[in-house]
Design a protein around this ligand. Structure first.
Ligand code: ASC
Length: 130
């Protein structure tokens, strides 16, 4: 296994998701007009989001349902194919998001941000508890 103990796997996946969320919310601020659109910053943030989107899944291995505080629901392990579909979808959407930011178009960012946020939400609704 990649992790010495379940606690490390849980911290690892939470850390990747936290970093992703920080960079994703900067894109959201641009997409929603809370901060000015900065094409270069958008690209940099989207690249981090796409990189981070690859990482959390290795931290959801067998036996990592407990070992540190976690909101992950048991369905992560009992519905693994469905969980993987969500993880794969996120990665597809974040690659599209990164590509959209490279066009320099705020409209493209808005569209791709919305699609990516839907993918975040779909997985949270099914696999993340309170
Ligand atoms: C975000 C964020 C999420 C998603 C989700 C979309 O900005 O941190 O988890 O969007 O809220 O509904």
């Amino acid at each position: 296994a990649q992790f010495a103990k379940a606690e490390d796997a849980i911290k690892y996946r939470q850390s990747a998701l936290f970093v992703m969320g920080q960079h994703f919310s900067r894109l959201g601020a641009m997409a929603n007009g809370r901060i000015p659109f900065d094409a270069k910053a958008a690209q940099e943030n989207a690249d981090v989001v796409a990189d981070m989107a690859k990482l959390p899944w290795a931290g959801f291995g067998a036996g990592t349902d407990k070992g540190a505080p976690t909101k992950a629901l048991p369905e992560v392990w009992t519905e693994q194919a469905k969980f993987k579909d969500h993880a794969d979808k996120l990665q597809v959407e974040t690659v599209k998001l990164a590509a959209a930011t490279k066009t320099g178009s705020l409209d493209n960012l808005k569209t791709a941000f919305g699609a990516t946020a839907s993918s975040c939400k779909a997985c949270h609704d099914n696999f993340r508890g309170k």
